[in-house]
Design a protein around this ligand. Structure first.
Ligand SMILES: Nc1ncnc2c1ncn2[C@@H]1O[C@H](COP(=O)(O)OP(=O)(O)OP(=O)(O)O)[C@@H](O)[C@H]1O
Length: 304
């Protein structure tokens, strides 16, 4: 990062732009520029165990069926924001202000059991390290079938049948064989497909992919991104894609929200933000992306 942390202001409220521009950033971030939001996050504040605030009043909306990218440097608050939406904040970390509404239902005041019920059935997530979410001593098929029994209520035989179907639908060849394999026998890309299968068993409307392809090699990454795009197209899944990789965001997302230091500094249609970034920090992200040899963003920008 060439600029010091203080070189760019951290939230639309503190950026020196015209009031009209600040309003436009907030409106874009809140999803008001397109469609009825499936998810609406307003003024979200998150504090950690020592009392310090790490997310400072974030606003955004996710229109149903859209793919929304969250980008920004490490530690800018993307993951905690997603975990707050899922109701899965780490111990000692808590929401201290704001609202998170899913189809009009306020989530921050729901009891833990209610939040747990929503996970899987309405909201789901896949993260960077799929192996850590699987039990190493149980076959992946048995684990997937168990989710189908618990979350969908299928009987044992039906769950097995559906699990094989899902593995097939995730693009895994020889799904019967994969069903009987243990996590250590599968590659990272295969494990991520299994996790994606698990996450969509109960047909949630919103899937959060938090650096879900970061650890995969480029070809496998492209295949998993393609799978997510297909799920969006074929099942109407709404996606939140968290990534450091602007090429991933450019490929997948209709809109992008740029996080910095716990706030959103710029938001809007991906193409517009990447082509004509308005905020110095967004420009810096794009320049860094290009400087480090990942030229796909510029290629995609110039092709359009
Ligand atoms: N369990 C925790 N306890 C204390 N502080 C935390 C905890 N988790 C995250 N933080 C802090 O909260 C801030 C936001 O973290 P977060 O993980 O949301 O950032 P991020 O943008 O997702 O980063 P990355 O891209 O590296 O995942 C950071 O300053 C981080 O150090």
């Amino acid at each position: 990062m060439s600029a010091s942390p203080d070189a760019v202001s951290v939230s639309p409220d503190r950026v020196s732009v015209s009031p009209e521009r600040a309003t436009a950033v907030r409106a874009a971030a809140a999803g008001e520029l397109g469609g009825e939001p499936l998810l609406s996050v307003r003024g979200l504040r998150i504090s950690v165990a020592d009392g310090s605030e790490v997310v400072h009043g974030v606003d955004f909306g996710i229109p149903r069926g859209s793919a929304v990218g969250l980008v920004g440097e490490s530690g800018s608050g993307k993951t905690l924001t997603c975990r707050a939406v899922l109701g899965l904040l780490p111990a000692g970390v808590e929401v201290t202000g704001g609202e998170i509404s899913l189809r009009g239902t306020e989530l921050t005041t729901l009891p833990a059991a209610g939040r747990a019920r929503l996970r899987g059935t309405d909201l789901a997530a896949v993260f960077q390290d799929p192996a850590s979410y699987l039990n190493p001593s149980i076959t992946v098929g048995a684990q997937l079938a168990e989710v189908l029994r618990v979350k969908v209520g299928l009987a044992r035989r039906a769950a097995r049948h559906r699990a094989v179907e899902l593995l097939h639908a995730m693009g895994l060849r020889r799904p019967e064989h994969v069903y009987a394999q243990y996590p250590f026998e599968l590659s990272g890309g295969m494990l991520q497909r299994v996790l994606i299968a698990m996450s969509i068993t109960a047909e949630p409307e919103l899937l959060i992919a938090d650096e879900a392809t970061t650890a995969l090699d480029v070809t496998v990454q492209a295949e998993v991104l393609e799978l997510l795009t297909e799920l969006r197209r074929d099942r109407g899944l709404t996606l939140i894609v968290v990534s450091h990789d602007l090429a991933v965001i450019s490929q997948m997302c209709d809109t992008v929200h740029v996080f910095r230091d716990g706030g959103i500094v710029e938001a809007g249609p991906t193409r517009q933000v990447l082509r004509a970034p308005r905020h110095p920090y967004t420009r810096e992200l794009i320049d860094n992306h290009e400087r480090f040899g990942i030229d796909r963003v510029r290629e995609q920008r110039s092709r359009r």
